[in-house]
Design a binder for this molecule. Structure first.
Ligand code: G3H
Ligand code: 13P
Ligand code: NA
Ligand code: ZN
Length: 305
């Protein structure tokens, strides 16, 4: 069933488990996400970025909405990194049930102002809202507190921000970063900060940049002719700990990009004569399903729907 973000994330925060919010850009990705969720009885969020909307538009949104409506588990369609009020409103008109307004690059007051506008409009239509405070980026384990405080989310500010905006869930900067290169070795996650923010607030917290970049997938990518440098993601144990504290929405895009490319490369390598798209995109969908299943097990959302 198609539900709002709150319908999925409020129980997740209360139950101390995480729900994957996976980026989609086509039918196969959407099927892998929603069908895996059904198979594992897991709630799930499907998110489209502004780039995904540009690429797939209402056609892609309708695929997600149709699969969500027919699904036997709760599914929300979420706007990822909405850059403006107009963008959030456009997504709501397209049928999204959750929107992010990312005004984290503004100063605190500017962020509050932009977020509150979106919250007021979205709530009038029964849609829930994600916003962001702090700046995403990898951090070194041993940097001094002052440097961390410069961009990681400040707990006291988070309390003020939630009060002043009425945001339904909040993305916080805790050491994760976007993409396949999150640091050398295991990226440092500021668990003490998550625990502090969760202790002072009641709403679901969101972690962006949460791909695991599994070494097994990276090796298959290389073996199938792909080129990739020192790829590193967030450790499963770090994500598990974070969900225990109050991270309820866990954003994953990079892992699906890698998995689908591995499926396509392996299929083409194994049979250079192949040109049936189903024999090429089908394996991509299968590899993505495996990666999604692993993530759902790590986050503890399996069996929650
Ligand atoms: O955080 C960004 C997501 O990975 C979406 O990326 O804007 O290239 O679709 P995109
Ligand atoms: P990854 O790049 O780690 O998959 O993060 C995706 C994300 O945060 C989308 O908003
Ligand atoms: Na998002
Ligand atoms: Zn993100």
């Amino acid at each position: 069933m198609l539900v709002t973000g709150n319908d999925i994330l409020v129980p997740a925060r209360a139950g101390k488990y995480g729900v994957g919010s996976f980026n989609t850009n086509n039918m196969e990705i959407t099927q892998a996400i929603i069908h895996t969720a059904e198979r594992l009885r897991s709630p799930v969020m499907v998110q489209m970025s502004e780039g995904a909307i540009k690429y797939g538009g209402q056609d892609l949104a309708n695929i997600v909405i149709d699969l969500a409506r027919r699904a036997t588990v709760p599914v929300a369609l979420h706007l990822d990194h909405g850059s403006s009020y107009e963008s959030a409103l456009k997504a709501i008109k397209m049928g999204f049930t959750s929107v992010m307004i990312d005004a984290s690059h503004h100063d605190f007051e500017g962020n509050v102002k932009e977020t509150r506008r979106v919250v007021e409009a979205a709530h009038a239509m029964g849609i829930s809202v994600e916003s962001e405070l702090g700046r995403l980026g990898g951090i070194e384990e041993h940097i001094v507190v002052d440097e961390k405080d410069a961009f990681l989310t400040d707990p006291e500010e988070a309390v003020q921000f939630i009060e002043q905006t009425g945001t339904d869930y909040l993305a916080i900067a805790i050491g994760t970063s976007h993409g396949a290169f999150k640091g050398k070795g295991r990226p440092y996650i500021d668990h003490a900060r998550i625990e502090k923010i969760a202790g002072l607030t009641g709403i679901p917290l969101v972690a962006h940049g949460s791909s695991g970049v599994p070494q097994e997938i990276v090796e298959r990518f290389r073996k199938a002719g792909g080129e990739i440098g020192d790829a590193a993601g967030i450790a499963d144990e770090d994500l598990q700990r974070a969900t225990g504290f109050g991270i309820a929405k866990v954003n994953v895009d990079t892992d699906l990009r890698l998995a689908s490319t591995v499926g396509i490369r392996e299929a083409l390598m194994a049979n250079p004569k192949e040109f049936d798209p189903r024999k090429i995109f089908g394996p991509a969908r299968d590899v993505m399903s495996q990666v999604i299943e692993h993530k759902m097990r790590v986050l503890g959302s399996v069996g929650k729907a």
